[in-house]
Write a protein that binds this ligand. Sequence first.
Ligand code: O2Y
Ligand code: MN
Length: 596
Amino acid sequence: MANYASRNDKLNKWVQEIAELCSPECIHWCDGSEEEYNQLMSHMVKNGNAIALEKRPNSFLFRSDPSDVARVEKRTYISTSIEIEAGPTNNWINPDELKNTMRKLYKGCMRGRTLYVIPFSMGPIDSPMSKIGIEITDSPYVVCNMHIMTRVGEKVIKKLGGKGDFIPCLHSIGAPLEKGQKDVSWPCAEMEKKYISHFPEENLIWSYGSGYGGNALLGKKCLALRIASNIARREGWMAEHMLILRLTNPKGRQYHIAAAFPSACGKTNLAMLVPTIPGWKCECIGDDIAWMKIAPDGRLNAINPETGFFGVAPGTSYDSNPMAMDSLKENCIFTNCALTDDGDVWWEGMDGDAPEHAIDWKNRDWDLTVSDTAAHPNARFTAPARQCPVICEDWEKPEGVPIDIFIFGGRRASVVPLVHEAYNWDHGVFLGATAASETTAANIGSVGMLRRDPFAMKPFCGYNMGDYFKHWLNMGDKLGTKAPRIFYVNWFRKDANGRWLWPGYGENSRVLTWMCQRVDGEIGADETPIGLIPKSGDLNLDGLSTDEEDMKELLNVDTNAWKAEISEIEKYFTQFGDRLPGRIKQQLEALKKRLS
Ligand code: O2Y
Ligand code: MN
């Protein structure tokens, strides 16, 4: 039991109401302390839910149920009283119907388990941009992950006081434990009973049946994106699926960049970039979510509402992301990674040779003769942001950092050049609205399909996407000349033989420094129908082996391919009907004209 009591009537009443509905064995108010974390972890190790890793101090491996390995978009709902308010990119069920269904599931769902009350803050406690959430969960795994990913405990209850407001986030794994019943190591409900539900009209989240990541750590995708995007629209700010980084040039001038990429496009890698250009420094502020508000000086300031990284493990290595690897040495949670014989975690794409033998994420013997991967492709690490060697000293600044540059991007083997700059804000919003990426084995859908993912927000925008485009246009109107400049990148272009044309990773700093020079008006750019591209010689390619031919191909704008793209965009836009802003239609017409 925590050594504090909430004076907040709304909170106390809600906890009592949920306890009556879910019938837990006991209630634990989380204080966010190290002792609490340690106690929960020892309990989970004793019960066989977790394995303490010999090679990494205070780090633990969990294995999920094979049916519960990722966010479930098809079971995620935006429940508004009128369907059109959720829009064509979201699943919708009427709130009364959905609550009725879920109440039946919640009834008695915590029998035999502890109900944990997690008071958490998204954003620094003392930031005017922060929001308080209270997650009720019956999963100690969720409590420990929330300790790393958010600011938890008594300090939040103190800030809430007697009258403060909070976002109620109800979560249950949906696996009551009857008297004498033996528990399993990852209890959860079957797919058809999983619901990740959002009620934006009352700032409410109800999640049932899954214990995994974005379905269960409700501060992240549910609160900080789906619910926050609604609040942000109402209050005139932005909640975006963006990394935030600070780039410093050799003279000490700082630039802040916020970048949106769909899943599987290397967002965490870019957030922790190690520049290859001498004299430039890059620091990480956040790797997934940015909350941005217009500051008193008229600029757009960003905070990272989280305190940790919930990153994809496979493919993370000292080659692809050394700063992430150095963040993982201790105090981490690993989920669905393989376990080596010497008590460490391993995943495909890690540096060095594969182990001769390991235990795979399904708890089976594994070696190189086994065709399945040892780690699940969506295996994750949960790591404290403070452990990142390049975490920016201002990453917790209550007022945030001023954004100079927005980047959108996706994974495209052809058509889209390495980099282009928007002609103006409306054009930049059009670039965000039409962003698309080819699917990989790591994400949903068949491999190589082009999936439109506007602003990388398709799974995360909590209201009608057409209205979201309008909100972006409105923000540009308010920001005027102080609006960040907008760019679009594609690190993934290939030649006709399927060879990568751009080395990526740290070399992406060459593209970022070009953007900074553009912001400072130091260099011009070439006009093309789709936007502004670097003039020959302006991209710093010193020490890079990429030859002139490849560079030409990387920056090539194939008019015919773009004409084909236009009809795809037109088709895609029809779903938004009259919610598609006229200014976006005008951008499409302008692009058509430039291509003709
Ligand atoms: O599969 C999950 O539950 C995790 S999803 C996720 C986690 C961290 C950062 N981004 C994402 C994402 O899907 O964008
Ligand atoms: Mn994400």
